[in-house]
Design a protein around this ligand. Structure first.
Ligand code: CDP
Length: 232
C-alpha cells in the first residue's frame, strides 16, 4: 500500500493478552511511526455509554448517529493518538474491569464498528502507522504493507493479564478463572458476524508464548525493515 501515502502501515492483530498493544507501541517507537491502539476506541465508546448511564440492555439498539454523538475522537500526538470523549482525554478509565467486561459485546454491534471505522482510517491516512487490534489487517487497513498476527497459549495470556494487575504468582484457581474470562472474550470476538478476529491473509504469524517483548518487537521491526528495503 504505497501509492498516495507517504509511509508504511503495519497492522498487528491477535487475541487478548497476546501482547499486541505493548508490542505495537514499542515497534512504532523503534521505527519513528505513530501507534494506534484501536481497542482504546472501542473502550472509549464503552466508557462514554457507562458514564452517561445509558442502560446496557439498550446498547444493541443504538444507531450510528447516537454513537457518534457521544463525541469519541482521536487526536495525533508525537508518539500516537490521544483518545477523547468530548474534551476529556481518557487513559486509565479505558482499562477498568467494568469497561473490559462490556467492551467485547459492544464491539459486536455493526453501528459501533461503522462509527469507529472512519476515525481509524483517518489515523492511517499518512502512513507511518502501527495499528493494533482485531480487524486491522482484515477490515480497517486491508492494504497494509506489513501484517502481523500475534498469538500465545491461553495459560500464558492469563498469566500476563494477572501480572498486569500485580498478581505475579497466581494459584491454579486464579489462573483458570482468568483464562476462562479471556477465552470467553476470544469466543465473542472470533464468532461475531462483523469483522471477526482472524488471521489476515498474508499476515506473518508470530507465537509469543516463549518470546520476550524485546524478541517479538525485534521480529516485527526486522519484517518492516525488509519490506522498506524491498520498496527501495
Ligand atoms: O488489550 P486487549 O486485547 O485485552 O483488548 P483491546 O485491544 O483493548 O480491545 C478490547 C476489545 O475491543 C476486544 O476484546 C474487542 O472486542 C474489541 N476490539 C475490536 O472489536 N476491534 C478492534 N480492532 C479492537 C478491539
Amino acid at each position: 500500500m504505497s501509492g498516495a501515502r507517504e509511509g508504511l502501515v503495519v497492522t498487528v492483530d491477535g487475541p487478548a493478552g497476546s501482547g499486541k498493544s505493548t508490542t505495537a507501541r514499542l515497534v512504532a517507537r523503534r521505527l519513528g511511526f505513530r501507534h494506534l491502539d484501536s481497542g482504546a476506541l472501542y473502550r472509549a465508546l464503552t466508557f462514554a455509554l457507562l458514564d452517561a448511564s445509558v442502560p446496557v440492555e439498550t446498547w444493541p439498539d443504538l444507531t450510528r448517529g447516537e454513537l457518534e454523538a457521544l463525541g469519541v475522537s482521536v487526536e495525533p500526538t508525537p508518539a500516537g493518538f490521544d483518545v477523547r470523549v468530548g474534551d476529556r482525554v481518557l487513559e486509565s478509565e479505558l482499562r477498568t474491569q467494568r469497561v473490559t467486561a462490556q467492551v467485547s459485546q459492544l464491539s459486536s454491534f455493526p453501528p459501533v464498528r461503522e462509527a469507529l471505522l472512519g476515525l481509524q482510517r483517518a489515523a492511517g491516512r499518512h502512513g507511518r502507522l502501527v495499528a493494533d487490534g482485531r480487524d486491522m489487517g482484515t477490515v480497517v487497513f486491508p492494504e497494509a504493507d506489513v501484517k502481523i498476527y500475534l498469538v500465545a497459549d491461553l495459560p500464558e495470556r492469563a498469566r500476563r493479564r494477572l501480572a498486569e494487575r500485580g498478581v505475579t504468582s497466581p494459584d491454579d484457581d486464579a489462573l483458570a478463572a482468568e483464562a476462562e474470562v479471556i477465552a470467553q472474550r476470544d469466543r465473542r470476538d472470533s464468532t461475531r458476524a462483523m469483522s471477526p478476529l482472524r488471521q489476515p491473509e498474508g499476515a506473518t504469524l508470530v507465537d509469543t508464548t516463549s518470546l520476550t517483548i524485546e524478541e517479538q518487537v525485534e521480529v516485527i521491526v526486522l519484517r518492516v525493515r525488509e519490506r522498506m528495503a524491498a520498496e527501495g
